[in-house]
Design a protein around this ligand. Structure first.
Ligand code: ADP
Ligand code: MG
Length: 256
């Protein structure tokens, strides 16, 4: 049975897509069967896995509108070792089209049920908003991974996301929980970051992942080669941290 996780944070540029593609590649590297679902119309996770969003015959859009199954629409990310259910700008229209449909927030969940046996992990890269697309992600998932930078306003931004997750948990998906907060783009030389990191640990305890992802230029360069850092430069510090994170996730799901 696949374990399904959303990578979500309603702020843009916090490292959601970087986390999605590198965790997918890290999990694949340690032998897990992974499907990466791109729920962001920007299609960055698609491109960052080496799949050209402009060339997609079928995408997550077709799956949400039930004109395709995931088996038909997912494609292998050849060099990365996982499958991608891709997205492109077409997906922006789904928001409006879904409104008129029944069970509009459960479309992705229904589609994922059919591939439950085919994967160990399904990772969903969410857009930077609490939209119908994100809601489809949250309704499908067992848990949420929240990437965050250790900055002064990081916690403030979390309140809306935590409230949304509580509401989805209460009304739509009793499975849903925050699996953990992932500290990303971390620079230990910046005193404030170390302070915020320590505060996070104090405040959220076990909900903060042990693994910390450092700020690492190789992770930022990798997307322009259409690869996750883990594949582009496996020995880079950031890549190694993501493989560590993949191992931590495998341990966590054994306790779920
Ligand atoms: P989001 O999906 O939340 O908008 P991204 O994953 O696209 O965020 O990251 C935003 C920017 O930060 C990108 O340019 C990405 O390459 C860069 N970035 C993300 N994580 C790291 C990191 N650990 N070190 C250096 N740059 C990073
Ligand atoms: Mg993104």
């Amino acid at each position: 049975m696949a374990k399904i996780f959303c990578i979500a944070n309603q702020k843009g540029g916090v490292g959601k897509t970087t986390t999605s593609v590198n965790l997918a590649a890290g999990l694949a590297k340690i032998g897990q069967r992974v499907l990466l679902v791109d729920l962001d119309p920007q299609g960055n996770a698609t491109m960052g896995s080496g799949v050209d969003k402009r060339q997609l015959a079928l995408s997550v859009y077709d799956v949400l509108l039930e004109s395709s199954s995931i088996k038909e629409a997912a494609v292998p990310a050849e060099q990365c070792g996982y499958h991608v259910l891709g997205a492109n700008r077409e997906l922006a229209g789904a928001e409006v089209e879904l409104v008129a449909l029944e069970h509009r927030e459960r479309r992705l969940k229904a589609a994922l049920a059919e591939v439950d046996q085919d994967y160990d992990f399904v990772l969903i890269d969410c857009p930077p908003s609490l939209s119908m697309l994100t809601l489809n992600g949250l309704c499908s998932a067992h848990g949420v991974i929240v990437p965050m930078q250790c900055e002064y306003f990081a916690l403030e931004g979390l309140t809306d996301l935590v409230n949304t997750i509580k509401q989805v948990h209460a009304n739509l998906n009793r499975d849903l929980q925050i699996i953990g907060l992932l500290r990303v783009m971390f620079d230990p030389r910046i005193t404030l970051q170390s302070q915020v990191s320590a505060q996070l640990k104090d405040h959220f305890g076990d909900k903060v992942f042990d693994t910390v992802i450092p700020r690492n230029v190789r992770l930022a360069e990798a997307p322009s080669y259409g690869l996750p850092g883990v594949v582009f430069d496996p020995v880079a510090k950031g890549s190694q941290a993501f493989v560590d994170f993949a191992r931590e996730m495998v341990q966590r799901i054994q306790r779920m």
